[in-house]
Write a protein that binds this ligand. Structure first.
Ligand code: 3HC
Ligand code: NAI
Length: 697
């Protein structure tokens, strides 16, 4: 049974039992309806309480059912809510912990609602590219007023039940129960059992004194903020209907919009991202109940760009950090940068002064390895040179306690080699943060050949604690993200060789939805970083074809924003990218030197070449087992590389376009004499999926 029925004297209690979050899938809806029927048929029962077992009242409709016939199998959610409203015995929703989406809609179909304080109440459908589809847009304005309801629906953000219960005139909650919820709910049910007529949210009036002006205003503001997503504006349309249509017409309108949104690629992408994010923590051969090692104190080696940001993550999570450097000045500089970052947050009102002080009090600094012995996890973020790493890991091996986890933040070096600089390779792992490390969500957890399973499980857990999206990557050059970006950058360079300007390439891919095009990104990150990597690769892979424009740029000393000159010009202290005549001339000269006649490249071709370059490399990464699943690759790109969320990540996008079409485009690119046929050789996995008519998902 996914909803248990029990009589408590004259009160029937129906308890949702559909872990993990009491999603309202078909079986649960059927069992609730059955419970209501049973209670109505029993003359001894005078009232009904609906609640949820475990860690939620209900997290809403069962998202896993979406797209399957079960999602609409009767009783669908609308029908179930109709059954509640039509019941001739009062139904009380007893709400706790989480009451979201369809769960809140069900509660609003009940005659009464009591709540435990601290419950997260939300209509988060918009975050899945949808709107509430079972009356939320019609009933929430009736109980909370139009403006409060619209804010909740358009943001999708949870609000605590006690906050909502304290709003003047609210009709969402009849009582906040601070003691035992079920005891209080049953007592409440006794109190109201004889009250007639039964109150219905649908009968409440819903008006706004300046509806036209108000909705126009919200459409303007919300429209500007949600340009790639249709759902927020549809939420406004539906809420507007609650003020100017009868409830049944409003419900029908809401349903129509819900079904339309369900079909949109944006909603599919957001639902994909929802499950992709949760899937990242599942490592095929590491059981979920693997015992983790305690991490109560962290050491960070190196107080530079990355060391400082990494440290802040742990301080923010309340975990003490000791930071080690070679010189006091470097420590002082690192600590000063962290202070500056925190102080900027305080100045913006994003962090309380007391919190800032609490966080800094968790930090200690040292120049001696002997001060690291009591740390459970050490993260190395020193210069990217194997010899330096070797010296550091040798010292760590000597001082760290047995069982401590030794992590490297290296972005390009071989984690297996680093592991063997110690006598405990099983305790070594890569923790590849992205810059700025205190801001970026992505953490690639690099699993070495010897990394112990409990080390991996511990790092995944601690990563979640510091609010990162952790994706496991095997060891290879560049791991998942940077290995793919190398191919993307190579294509970006070849596009310059064929006739594009940096700003044409950037504009095309930004219009597709990327936060930043490759050239603006290079200027931000520093073009010298890629230059150093290319020099190394030129030795390792002498036959790989590159445009040399990026090297020419660095030879001109144009490293990007830090030198106020890169692919673009920058005014001192400003970040606006101004197309550079000097750079464009350099590109023209280079083109001439390699005998190219420039041609006009369409924006569509630019986008396809950049994105399919990512996809083809990703297919190799997947086949080699560097990534466990295609959706992990999507999460890397959504959280670390600014890939547009509304497209769901490169693999999801390729599936949407159709892998056959991706392969056909690659064939066309391979025939372009100015491109590199070897580059467009389809990855074996991609070719196989195309032949079998399958997709990455
Ligand atoms: N349906 C199915 N499964 C769900 C679910 C849902 N609505 N909500 C969460 N889950 C699953 C997750 O996939 C995950 O499964 P897994 O363990 O197999 O990976 C598990 O529940 C736990 O999820 P979290 O890791 O997110 O757990 P938290 O405790 O951190 O958060 C939560 C719980 C706040 C409920 C969060 O999961 C959440 O925000 N869920 C989405 C809620 C939502 O969007 N509801 C609206 C659904 S659409 C709807 O109701 C349509 C209606 O209007 C018609
Ligand atoms: P950085 O140059 O800003 O900082 C390195 C710091 O390490 C310096 O403060 C230096 O004094 C210190 N250091 C050097 N040798 C040391 C030693 N033997 N013991 C203790 N401290 C020592 O470099 P950054 O950018 O912070 O990079 C650090 C590591 O993080 C590198 O491995 C890099 O590849 C990696 N990384 C860098 C990213 C970035 O965007 N900057 C992104 C992801 C990883």
């Amino acid at each position: 049974m996914t909803a248990k029925y029990e009589a408590h004297g004259t009160v029937a209690v129906i308890t949702l039992q559909n872990p993990p979050v009491n999603g309202l899938g078909f079986a649960t809806r059927r069992d609730i309806a059955h419970g209501i029927e049973q209670a109505q048929a029993d003359p001894a029962i005078t009232a009904i309480v609906i609640t949820g077992a475990g860690k939620a009242f209900s997290g809403g409709a069962d998202i896993k059912e979406f797209g399957s016939p079960m999602a609409i199998a009767e009783p669908n959610l609308g029908t179930l809510i109709g059954i509640c409203e039509a019941a001739n015995k009062p139904i009380v929703a007893a709400i706790h912990t989480v009451c979201m989406g369809g769960g809140l809609e069900l509660a609003m179909g009940c005659h009464y609602r009591v709540t435990a304080p601290g419950t997260s109440v939300a209509l988060p459908e918009v975050k899945l590219g949808l709107l509430p589809g079972a009356g939320g847009t019609q009933r929430l304005p009736r109980v909370l007023g139009v403006e409060t309801a619209l804010n909740i629906i358009v943001s999708g953000d949870p609000v605590k039940s006690e906050v909502l219960a304290s709003l003047p005139g609210q009709k969402l909650f009849d009582r906040v129960i601070t003691g035992d919820l079920m005891e209080g709910a049953i007592a409440f049910a006794h109190e109201i059992s004889a009250t007639r007529p039964l109150p219905l949210v649908r009968n409440l009036k819903c008006t706004h004194p300046n509806a036209d002006a108000y909705f126009q205003f919200t459409r303007n503001t919300v429209g500007a903020m949600s340009k790639n997503f249709p759902a927020p504006l549809r939420c406004i349309d539906a809420v507007a209907a609650s003020t100017n249509q009868k409830i049944d017409a409003g419900l029908a309108f809401e349903r129509k919009l819900f079904i339309e949104l369900m079909q949109t690629p944006e909603s599919k992408a957001l639902r994909h991202a929802f499950f992709a994010e949760r899937a990242t923590s599942k490592i095929p051969d590491v059981p979920e109940d693997t015992a983790v090692r305690p991490v109560n104190k962290v050491a960070v080696i190196g107080a530079g760009t990355m060391g400082g940001g990494i440290t802040m993550n742990f301080l923010n999570a309340g975990i003490p950090v000791v930071m080690l450097e070679t010189k006091q000045e470097a420590l002082d500089r690192g600590v000063a940068t962290m202070r500056k970052n925190y102080e900027a947050q305080v100045a913006k009102g994003k962090l309380a002064q007391t919190k800032y002080e609490e966080r800094m009090a968790l930090l200690s600094t040292t120049l001696n390895y002997s001060d690291l012995g009591d740390s459970d996890l050490v993260i190395e973020a020193v210069f990217e040179e194997l010899e330096v790493k070797k010296a550091v890991f040798g010292q760590l091996d000597a001082v760290m306690k047995p069982g401590a986890i030794l992590a490297s933040n290296t972005s390009t070096l071989d984690v297996n080699k680093i592991a063997h600089f110690t006598k405990r390779p099983q305790d070594v792992v890569g923790m590849h943060f992205f810059s700025p490390a205190n801001v970026m969500k992505l953490l690639e957890v690099v699993r070495g050949a010897d990394t112990a399973k409990d080390v991996l499980a511990t790092v995944m857990q601690i990563g979640k604690k510091i609010k990162k999206t952790c994706v496991v990557s095997g060891v290879c050059d560049g791991f998942i993200g940077n290995r793919m970006i190398e191919q993307y950058s190579r294509q970006a360079g070849m596009l310059l060789d064929e006739g594009c300007t940096p700003s044409q390439v950037d504009k095309a891919i930004e219009k597709f939805g990327f936060a930043m095009g490759p050239f603006r990104m290079g200027d931000l990150a520093g073009n010298d970083i890629g230059w150093a990597i290319r020099k190394r690769r030129a030795v390792e892979r002498p036959n790989m074809r590159y445009s040399l424009t990026a090297d020419r740029l660095c030879e001109m000393g144009r490293f990007g924003q830090k030198t106020s000159a890169g692919w673009y010009d920058y005014k001192p202290g400003k970040r606006d990218a101004i197309p550079s005549a000097l750079v464009e001339q350099m590109i023209v000269d280079y083109r001439t030197s390699i005998g190219r006649t420039p041609r006009k490249v369409s924006d569509e071709e630019i986008v396809q070449r950049l994105v399919f370059a990512l996809v083809n490399e990703a297919a190799k990464i997947l086949e080699e087992g560097i990534a466990s699943r295609a959706s992990d690759i999507d999460m890397v790109y959504l959280t670390g590389y600014g890939f547009p969320l509304h497209r769901g990540g490169p693999m999801c996008y390729a599936d949407t376009v159709g892998l056959y079409n991706v392969a056909q485009a690659m064939k066309r690119f391979a025939q372009n004499p100015d491109d590199d046929p070897a580059f467009w050789q389809p990855a074996p996995l991609l070719a196989r999926l195309v032949a079998e008519g399958k997709s990455f998902s």
